[in-house]
Design a protein around this ligand. Structure first.
Ligand SMILES: Cc1cc2nc3c(=O)[nH]c(=O)nc-3n(C[C@H](O)[C@H](O)[C@H](O)COP(=O)(O)OP(=O)(O)OC[C@H]3O[C@@H](n4cnc5c(N)ncnc54)[C@H](O)[C@@H]3O)c2cc1C
Length: 451
């Protein structure tokens, strides 16, 4: 490895920016290369008629180390904690909102599950498990432990809320590893939950004033000229003579080569695949195979007076079985009142994802009309929104489906064969904002040790 060159970080979304910042903190020379003209990737905040909208992450689960991180960045005055009402969450069944809780005993008291499903939940601790396959889907795991109804009406909407994913494909050990470990350790998921009560939620939800892009904008500002926009990485190879890495980059269509001591790919998997194709075809093929379903984000502003009896809360999830044209809705102004101007309310509706790709094929105006009709019907609203803003992410969130092991194995083999080259997109670190930041700090330390 040739140490006279900087570390090159490919991609200027949250993963790349937070890694750049961590390298800077470690005193490691680096540069972040971002293909587009804007840093932040899917973290994007907009302002419309006094409403503050987040087209990407809307809420961040706070941890003490994250507060310190925000303070270091000078963002402490922008942290806003969620209102108490945000603890109330709902699931739709038979066109009605039902309050839900991650606590099994509270679920037992709710009306949205049948007696049979509650019995399966209650008796889970006594159920002998059939040996699980090594790589089980969420649907199979949950059906084995709790039955199909709980898979359909609890796990499907919850995972649709996080990954916009399909539980028949998502891998349980990738997306809910603690459930697998509880089954292994205690013979029961419910017993595991009772012994690890802190594991299910409990963290404060926060947002940043100005929108969550305040975080990526701040990181980009701190990185300054070490962040290079409009710079698309098209290939990578190792220079046998001095062991440095070389990247081919296209800047406004002009192609050149930059040398690096170490290289980190934080781009989405399909983009990393294109650049890595000539170095490792099987890895590139596995990365290209990771599904990234499109997702639509529809912001709706209403006159508060028009909302009638809409319950305050975090929002609600819609199981696919309910056959609506959307996955769920966040009630932003109930969580963070400042998100809407005085006298108004703000909702953010999520559409598409792995289960509903076809919904996004129809003309956007028709889709928005349909979704507004369904939201109004569910919430008993007769007025039309006073503000609406629609955006589609063509490749929103990577799906950690069964078979993801192959990506992990090929990545480990590749990184071992090419010391100083890392695959660190959110599909390998985890998709949540706090996880990405924590993993960037860890990786910066490993990189520093090698410099
Ligand atoms: C709609 C939505 C809602 C979400 N909600 C939440 C939430 O509420 N809470 C939460 O914690 N998380 C949430 N997430 C997840 C979280 O926002 C993402 O996991 C995270 O922001 C991804 O950052 P990233 O840098 O890994 O990827 P990206 O944001 O995709 O950034 C990758 C960057 O790489 C660049 N790039 C691509 N190809 C190249 C190339 N060849 N050369 C150079 N650069 C390249 C792209 O232009 C892009 O800027 C949400 C995600 C989405 C999409």
């Amino acid at each position: 490895m040739n140490k006279q060159h900087p570390v090159l970080v490919v991609g200027g979304g949250l993963s790349g920016l937070s890694l750049g910042y961590a390298l800077r903190q470690q005193g490691v020379p680096y540069r972040v290369l971002e293909a587009s003209g804007r840093a932040g990737g899917v973290v994007e905040s907009l302002h419309r008629n006094g409403f503050e909208l987040d087209a990407g992450p809307n809420s961040i689960a706070m941890a003490p180390e994250l507060r310190t991180y925000f303070e270091q960045l000078g963002l402490q005055d922008q942290i806003v904690e969620a209102a108490a009402a945000s603890k109330d969450r709902y699931i739709v069944r038979n066109n009605q909102l039902h309050a839900i809780s991650p606590h099994p005993f509270k679920i037992m008291g709710s009306k949205f599950l049948s007696g049979g499903a509650k019995w399966k939940l209650f008796t889970e601790a006594f159920r002998k498990s059939k040996p699980a396959s090594a790589d089980e889907s969420v649907a199979d795991f949950v059906a084995r432990r709790f039955g199909r109804e709980i898979a359909t009406y609890v796990f499907e909407p919850v995972l649709s809320g996080v990954y916009a994913g399909n539980i028949n494909k998502l891998s349980i050990k990738e997306v809910m590893p603690m459930l697998v470990s509880w089954e292994n350790q205690y013979g029961s998921v419910v017993k595991g939950l009772m012994k690890n009560k802190g594991a299910m939620g409990g963290r404060k939800i926060v947002t940043l004033r100005g929108g969550n892009a305040s975080l990526t904008n701040k990181l980009a500002a701190v990185l300054g000229s070490d962040l290079q926009l409009n710079t698309k990485v098209t290939g990578v190879w190792q220079n046998a003579a001095d062991e440095s890495y070389e990247l081919s980059v296209s800047v406004n269509g002009l192609v050149s080569v930059i040398k690096a001591s170490q290289v980190v790919f934080t781009t989405p998997a399909y983009a990393a695949a294109n650049a890595l194709e000539s170095m490792d075809h099987p890895l590139a093929a596995a990365l290209r195979n990771i599904e990234y379903p499109a997702m639509g984000v529809l912001h709706l502003g209403y006159d508060r007076a028009a909302l009638g009896k809409v319950p305050d809360g975090f929002g609600f999830l819609v199981p696919a079985a309910e056959q609506k044209h959307f996955l769920g809705m966040i009630y932003n102004s109930a969580i963070f009142p400042f998100k809407a101007p005085e006298g108004k309310a703000l909702f953010t509706v999520f559409i598409g994802g792995a289960n509903q790709q076809s919904v996004l094929q129809q003309p956007p105006e028709n889709l928005q009309r349909q979704v507004i009709t369904e939201v109004n019907e569910l919430l008993g609203i007769s007025a039309q929104p006073v503000m609406q803003q629609f955006q589609v992410w063509p490749h929103a969130i990577p799906q950690l489906n069964t078979g993801f092991d192959a990506v992990r194995q090929l990545t480990a083999r590749f990184e071992a064969a090419h010391p100083g080259l890392y695959i660190a997109g959110n599909y390998s670190t985890g998709v949540a904002v706090p996880t990405i930041i924590r993993k960037a700090d860890d990786l910066a330390l490993r990189i520093k040790e090698k410099q």
